[in-house]
Design a protein around this ligand. Structure first.
Ligand code: AOS
Ligand code: ZN
Ligand code: ZN
Length: 431
């Protein structure tokens, strides 16, 4: 059995207090769904198959460009980050993998890290490279770009770092590398727009060439920041073109916060899925830009519509399996609580999308019954599937109410004693 950072007896006590209520709500929902011809047991079993990776950088307190306000008991290294990630999985049973970021999470002993992860019942999802900031002792600076830099020495350093990430990921059992670069221009004329993308592709070809045969390379696009005039990989069109150019192991990664306000992200998802290039997600939410807020906190309907497209895609191709990862980091909540909430919100959207009556939806579309088509989606979205999620957690040994169980456990106070605050500590432990 996996090591659990929170005493499992305490979780059992918490569950015992809530179980009668959870069962009553579950029975009520079961009856309502049965009248719609849906079997709640099938949906609960489906909910139990859901998994989303936790970002290692999310368990530290994030910052903005302006400041960081370290939290109590913040993890000081990758091993402590794994412990916090294990709490999230213990209570939600929905986050069996962690996405690491190098060099923030670099370790000289990947075998030990892998073993500790396994002890917690955790594996590793995509590894992330970092050529958007300089690290102490590094030879070349990324001030003027990394994979797109004018300087061949800078590009070579950035390529070598990505290849090192693949090697570390390999030792850890990862199967994908996510590349996000902040490269771009702040001023018209700063870059030859086409030349920068040509250099990007040259660099990415070298990285692609170092991929093991069973690995994928995810290209993450982002509209702006830190480049404010022209980001080299700004949109899904550029991402798609580059993934196509590189080959079948290269796919596009959609971070929900990386688009202009009001962009129809679910349509981007549909397009990428249609052409076999949807590699995965960074789930989060935002109001204005790359806000990295908790999933579903601003626009849960959009999250549902994304999962509606994913449900459609997996009905067309049952082997379709994009990588689900969270990407969030901010300053104002306990990161463990926020990550648990996000995992549950993404799982909620997944189950709500499974509730959509696809037969009815198709019939309304064919009949041009616009109102009923829209209502069919809304009916699924409005259904409170909370009891299904709670039951899925109970059955998998998680907590009926993960945030409640976490607060009752005193974990934060306990780690605050074990992990004294360091002046200027960062979520990365490096910056
Ligand atoms: C940056 O905006 C992206 O979302 C990346 O995924 C990045 O690697 C991550 O947010 C950590 O900073
Ligand atoms: Zn991201
Ligand atoms: Zn981002």
């Amino acid at each position: 059995a996996a090591t659990t950072p929170i005493d499992s007896g305490r979780v059992a006590e918490h569950n015992a207090r809530l179980e009668t209520d959870v069962r009553a709500d579950y029975e009520a929902l079961s009856g309502m769904l049965a009248r719609r011809g849906r079997d709640i047991e099938q949906l609960t079993a489906l909910a139990q198959t859901f998994a989303v990776a936790v970002p290692s950088w999310g368990v530290g307190t994030g910052g903005t460009r302006f400041a960081r306000f370290p939290g109590r008991g913040e993890p000081r290294n990758v091993f402590e980050k794994m412990e916090d990630c294990a709490v999230i999985h213990q209570l939600t049973r929905a986050t069996p993998t962690v996405s690491l970021h190098f060099p923030w999470d670099r370790t000289d002993d990947p075998a030990a890290l892998r073993e500790i992860a396994q002890g917690y019942g955790l594996g590793f999802d995509a590894v992330n490279s970092n050529t958007f900031q300089d690290q102490p002792g590094q030879e070349q600076t990324y001030k003027h770009g990394s994979l797109t830099a004018q300087s061949g020495a800078v590009r070579a350093q950035a390529v070598a770092h990505n290849i090192e990430c693949i090697e570390l990921g390999r030792a850890l059992g990862s199967k994908a590398l996510t590349v996000w670069v902040g490269d771009g221009a702040n001023f018209p004329g700063q870059h030859n727009l086409r030349g920068a993308l040509e250099r990007y592709l040259d660099s990415m070809r070298d990285i692609y060439g170092a991929l093991p045969a069973d690995w994928q390379l995810f290209i993450e696009h982002k509209l702006f920041e830190p480049a404010f005039y022209a980001t080299t990989i700004a949109d899904w069109g550029t991402s798609f073109a580059c993934a196509t150019e590189l080959g079948p192991q290269a796919k596009c990664l959609v971070d929900l916060g990386h688009h202009a306000p009001n962009t129809n992200i679910e349509m981007i998802v549909a397009r990428l899925a249609q052409f076999g290039k949807l590699g995965g997600f960074h789930f989060n939410d935002s109001k204005y830009g790359d806000d990295d807020l908790d999933s579903g906190s601003i626009n849960p309907f959009q999250l549902f519509l994304v999962f509606n497209e994913l449900a459609d895609a997996s009905q067309r191709d049952p082997a379709f399996r994009p990588a689900y990862m969270l990407d969030q980091s901010h300053n104002v909540t306990d990161p463990i609580e926020s990550l648990m909430s996000s995992a549950i919100e993404v799982q909620r959207a997944f189950v709500q999308a499974a509730l959509v009556d696809r037969g009815a939806l198709r019939a309304h579309q064919e009949a041009n019954d616009v109102l009923q088509a829209a209502q069919t989606l809304k009916q699924a979205y409005r259904t409170d599937v909370g009891p299904i999620l709670a039951m899925a957690r109970l059955r998998a040994g998680g907590a009926a109410d993960p945030v409640g169980a976490y607060r009752a456990s005193g974990y934060r106070t306990e780690v605050a004693e074990r992990r004294p605050a360091r002046a200027g500590a960062s979520s990365s432990g490096i910056v």
